[in-house]
Write a protein that binds this ligand. Structure first.
Ligand SMILES: Nc1ncnc2c1ncn2[C@@H]1O[C@H](COP(=O)(O)OP(=O)(O)OP(=O)(O)O)[C@@H](O)[C@H]1O
Ligand SMILES: [Mg+2]
Length: 371
């Protein structure tokens, strides 16, 4: 779950002071430890030597049987070991206490996104998403990131969202699965406010491919079955085929059983994106949200993938976020976002004729292509 993480100046200062405190305390603890350990070991060994020295003389003079000396030595070592353990406890218990407090603090956090007490289920699940006058600002942020958004996303339509870096595209997508609650306005899916829907049910209808595709440690199949536990191998291959990932998975050792490192660090960025797309496809949701997930693909793979996706997602609501005009030429509708506001909406041709910010984006990219 994505969380706003904004620190104020006073928090920043507190953080710096706490850091300095931690360094000083750790140094002091380690200094005490460095002195205490040799001291205790010294006492222990010195005692053994003393017992053997005096006991040896007594045994030698016939004043004590040798068994008594051995038993005494064993007892004294046991006592000294216990003292050593007690000292260790004095150091470890406060540490464990502090750790336990912190773990408890995390466990006790109440999520700001709470499931409603009486969830409402829409009469028919179609995948119609409606933004009604939505304004959104991150908790702790000064200005709203999205302002006065009103539009509808419909099944069977591909809507593209284009805009510069920081325009609010990812934020807009994250509102649909209710990772954040809107500040004002209403977000409806199939006529029901997302705040009134049960979270599991809401999420089960949405396939989100995030901007930073993430894979889990395991195998390729494990990662894909995360979306559909009971999917057969044939279904996995089909999803890989559509996501243009079949070829490289086929060449991996073990194919579907090829190992994937935590975070997907042993595959390339583009391969990670395609596996994440295959995972979303297997879920067969009503709404697909692709957040700039074609960015690491070369132009031919991008084109092949979009053609295959179009056939696969015919009756669903598809939202594609991108910075590349070439990715969205065929979209049914393009929404141009700038500074959190919609500055244009329509097809490529309509926008090219009438929307200045869109003309600028197209001109800059065509300029790049020509250069
Ligand atoms: N978790 C957050 N907490 C506070 N502010 C955030 C957070 N995430 C994003 N922002 C701010 O919201 C604005 C929009 O960010 P967003 O990630 O939606 O942009 P974007 O259009 O997806 O950009 P990009 O094309 O680079 O992915 C930015 O100004 C950013 O600083
Ligand atoms: Mg983004």
């Amino acid at each position: 779950m994505i969380r706003a993480f904004v620190r104020s100046d006073s928090e920043e200062r507190r953080f710096a002071t706490a850091n300095a405190d931690l360094t000083a305390t750790t140094l002091r603890v380690n200094r005490i430890f460095v002195l205490a350990m040799p001291l205790l070991m010294g006492i222990m060994n010195f005692s053994s030597v003393a017992v053997l020295w005096f006991g040896g003389h007594l045994v030698d003079n016939g004043q004590m049987p040798i068994g008594n000396l051995t038993a005494f030595l064993a007892y004294i070592l046991q006592i000294l070991m216990s003292v050593l353990m007690a000292v260790m406890m004095v150091i470890l218990v406060p540490r464990a206490e502090a750790s336990a407090e912190r773990i408890e603090a995390v466990v006790r956090v109440e999520p700001s996104i709470a499931a409603p007490e009486h969830p409402v289920t829409p009469a028919t699940a179609k995948g119609i998403v409606e933004f009604r006058d939505i304004t959104f600002g991150y908790p702790g942020g000064e200005h709203p990131v999205l302002r006065d958004l009103s539009f509808q996303l419909r099944p069977g339509e591909t809507t593209a969202i284009i805009g510069g870096t920081g325009a609010g595209k990812t934020t807009l997508l994250n509102l649909i699965p209710r990772f954040f609650d809107v500040s004002s306005g209403e977000l409806l899916i199939d006529g029901v406010n997302v705040r009134d829907r049960s979270l599991e049910e809401l999420w089960s209808g949405i396939g989100l491919v995030p901007q930073q595709a993430y894979l889990f440690g395991g195998t390729v199949a494990d990662n894909l079955r995360f979306a559909a536990e009971s999917a057969t191998d044939a279904e996995l291959w089909h999803a890989l085929e559509v996501a243009q990932a079949r070829d490289f998975v086929a060449t991996m050792p073990g194919q579907l059983d090829a190992p994937i490192d935590q975070g997907g660090t042993n595959v390339s960025g583009g391969q990670r994106q395609r596996l994440a797309i295959a995972r979303a496809l297997l879920k067969r949701p009503l709404i697909y949200l692709f957040d700039d997930c074609f960015s690491a693909l070369d132009a031919t793979t991008d084109a092949r993938l979009r053609a295959a996706l179009r056939a696969e997602t015919r009756d669903t609501t598809v939202v594609i976020v991108t910075q590349r005009v070439s990715t969205i030429l065929n979209a049914d509708r393009i929404i141009v976002l700038d500074g959190g506001c919609v500055v244009g909406s329509g097809t490529h041709e309509e926008l090219l004729a009438a929307c200045e910010p869109y003309q600028e984006i197209v001109a800059s990219q065509l300029g790049e292509a020509a250069a």
